[in-house]
Design a protein around this ligand. Structure first.
Ligand SMILES: C[S@@+](CC[C@H](N)C(=O)[O-])C[C@H]1O[C@@H](n2cnc3c(N)ncnc32)[C@H](O)[C@@H]1O
Length: 216
């Protein structure tokens, strides 16, 4: 049973990173339509918000893999515009509704797209990957970040939040893929902040920008 479970888990993870867009969209639409993520609809006070508020400075934020609107509605409204991108129309419908309910319909906008090919319409102070970087194939993490670097304003930053830890203690061993992703960010970019939080699961938040000689 263990081998079957692990194989299914591996196949699911593989499909969600490397599968065709239409299959990924169907998977995520089903997840959100069946409310499988409702346990995570309230993340007020999350550790990522302090980092975002520090860097957005009344500017524009692009949220890649934005989900059902947590960041769009919980981040302090100190930003000028927020654009959330997601592959799931079902997630975006919830995000739009929640934005209207809290009066942010003019500040917040949403677009449906696969972030592996999506081309943003502007430049941003902050580009966020919150719990969505796992779905970028490891071999494409650097090229994906390089591509989105063209959409950072001067002095703009990437903010990535992910779970790398495999256990409940702060010094638990890291899981291979997220650790390899963090390693790419640390070696290929200029890191401004990196912190592992003492919240359940020990999320890591890393803030970085293109190396000075490569900035657009
Ligand atoms: C774990 S959820 C995180 C949602 C949100 N960022 C949050 O923290 O509340 C991952 C999100 O990434 C989106 N996603 C996964 N693969 C994607 C892709 N290739 N392009 C765009 N969005 C994607 C999913 O639809 C889902 O909303």
């Amino acid at each position: 049973m263990y081998i079957v479970d692990r194989s299914l888990q591996f196949f699911r993870g593989f499909l969600l990173s490397y599968g065709p867009s239409n299959l990924k969209k169907r998977f995520w639409d089903k997840e959100y339509s069946e409310e499988k993520w409702s346990f995570a609809y309230d993340t007020v006070g999350d550790c990522v918000y302090g980092h975002l508020e520090k860097h957005v400075a009344n500017g524009n934020i692009l949220d890649i893999g934005c989900g059902s609107g947590n960041t769009a509605t919980e981040l302090a409204p100190i930003y000028k515009t927020y654009l959330g991108v997601d592959i799931s129309e079902a997630a975006l419908a919830k995000a739009k509704k929640r934005s209207e309910e809290c009066g942010r319909q003019t500040k917040n906008s949403f677009e449906c797209g696969d972030f592996l090919t999506y081309v943003p319409p502007g430049k941003y102070e902050v580009i966020l990957f919150r719990e969505s970087m796992y779905h970028v194939p490891l071999g494409k993490v650097k090229s994906t970040l390089d591509r989105f670097s063209a959409n950072l304003k001067d002095g703009g930053v990437f903010v990535v939040r992910l779970f790398a830890s495999s256990g409940n203690s702060l010094d638990a061993k890291d899981k291979h893929r997220p650790a390899a992703m963090l390693n790419i960010m640390e070696t290929e970019f200029d890191v401004l902040e990196k912190r592992r939080y003492e919240e359940p699961g020990h999320p890591t938040v890393i803030v970085f920008r293109p190396k000075a000689r490569l900035r657009y």
